[in-house]
Ligand binder design. Structure first.
Ligand SMILES: Cc1ncc(C[n+]2csc(CCOP(=O)(O)OP(=O)(O)O)c2C)c(N)n1
Length: 379
């Protein structure tokens, strides 16, 4: 029996860099060339644009958190501190490409042009989804962890077979990367050479579970090697690095190079959602140390030093941010007119007897409840 030596498969990935790829240091200075991971600094105009978008997104995020505390929304998973990864994900894609986000990625949707009120109706609980995914090339925000990674692979593979050059970018968290769905998605994206970019935002915690209890690999980007695709370990709080690496990964996918796994090493500043108390599982000092690596402040310093950002720009950005915050408040302060019977719409394409019966039951209940509500409510 012959034991032929199997030649290495072409394209088998090499290990990502030991340190996260970085262009801009936390103090705003340019990082030394060997930290750039072989990537080129994006044009300054693109970084100015990133800064504006990140700042507007942050104001939106803090506004939504406030509305949640006021009881206007049921829940909101904040992306405060993760703006560099979120906005770079949106900016790296061309208009026809598709984003497959999670519940955490609201600001990426906003940046892709989805209307704030439509996005938030999901968190308010009126509608599962109030926007047309095809209009924005944005899939529904996935609450089950990592399912969207599989959807992205299927969608991208179908697009390739139709002869389209659509790239899909799937966003997932460190916790989601432990799910079977994530591993299946990584594997088949690579086997099928699908034009997909997987962006794992490693924000250190899956609710209260720290990453040391999630995985034993050196980095999550290291996993790419085992799946046979390139992997990049990136400073997730550096907008320049995130944009450079994600753009490169999208171009690689579009050129037929297949998937890439990108890990953004970052931190969630806020709680998991408004129903979580992070003081029970992490120290305040840790959060403060990450606030010092703030993605917006560091980009601002970098741009200021190059005279690409000044007081006038700051005012313009503040105005745009406050305008969005005010219209978001107005939209969420208006009491929605809800039709409880809508829950039965859009469930199946054809009518189903059991659903019709349930609908009729609820309709009768509502009809009998109306006089009591109209006459001052139940006693
Ligand atoms: C399949 C599945 N299992 C469990 C949950 C419950 N759950 C919701 S969020 C979460 C943690 C996710 O952490 P991570 O992926 O790191 O994302 P992050 O919230 O930190 O952005 C868990 C376990 C879920 N939504 N879906």
């Amino acid at each position: 029996m012959s034991h032929d030596v199997v030649p290495p498969r072409p394209g088998t990935a090499t290990l990502p860099t030991e340190q996260p790829i970085r262009f801009i240091e936390p103090n705003g200075e340019l990082a030394p060339g060997d930290a750039h991971g072989g990537f080129a600094l994006p044009p300054i105009a693109d970084l100015v644009d990133m800064h504006r978008r990140m700042s507007v997104a942050r104001r939106f995020d803090t506004q939504v958190t406030a509305l949640t505390r006021q009881g206007r929304l049921a829940t909101y998973p904040s992306a405060l501190g993760q703006e560099a990864a979120e906005i770079a994900a949106s900016r790296a894609l061309l208009p026809g490409d598709w984003l497959f986000p999670t519940y955490r990625d609201t600001i990426a949707l906003l940046d892709r042009g989805v209307n704030a009120e439509s996005i938030l109706s999901f968190f308010r609980g009126d509608w599962h989804m109030a926007f047309d995914p095809y209009e924005h090339a944005v899939a529904p925000q996935s609450t089950p962890l990592a399912t969207q990674a599989l959807h992205a692979v299927g969608f991208a593979t179908a697009a390739t077979r139709r002869g389209e050059d659509t790239v899909c970018l799937a966003m997932l968290g460190d916790g989601a990367s432990s799910e079977g769905d994530a591993h299946e998605a990584f594997n088949f994206a690579s086997v099928w050479n699908a034009p997909v970019v997987f962006l794992i935002q490693n924000n250190q915690y899956a609710i209260s579970t720290p990453t040391r209890r999630q995985f034993a690999a050196r980095t999550l980007a290291d996993r790419a090697v085992g799946y046979g695709m390139p992997g990049h370990y990136v400073d997730g709080n550096d907008a320049a690095a995130m944009l450079a690496v994600l753009r490169d990964a999208v171009a690689h996918a579009r050129a037929g190079g297949g998937p890439t796994l990108v890990e953004a090493y970052t931190y969630r500043i806020e709680s998991h959602t408004n129903s979580d108390d992070p003081t029970r599982y992490r120290e305040d000092d840790e959060r403060r140390s990450w606030q010092e690596r703030d993605p917006i402040a560091r980009l601002e310093k970098f741009l200021e030093a190059r005279e690409a950002f000044g007081d006038e720009d700051r005012l313009r950005v503040q105005e745009e941010s406050e305008h969005l915050a005010a219209s978001t408040r107005d939209a969420m302060n208006a009491t929605p007119e809800l039709d409880p019977l809508e829950i039965f719409d859009h469930v199946y394409s054809a009518e189903r007897t059991s659903l019709l019966e349930q609908r009729a039951f609820l309709e009768a209940e509502l009809a009998s409840a109306e006089p009591a509500i109209g006459s001052g409510g139940a006693r």
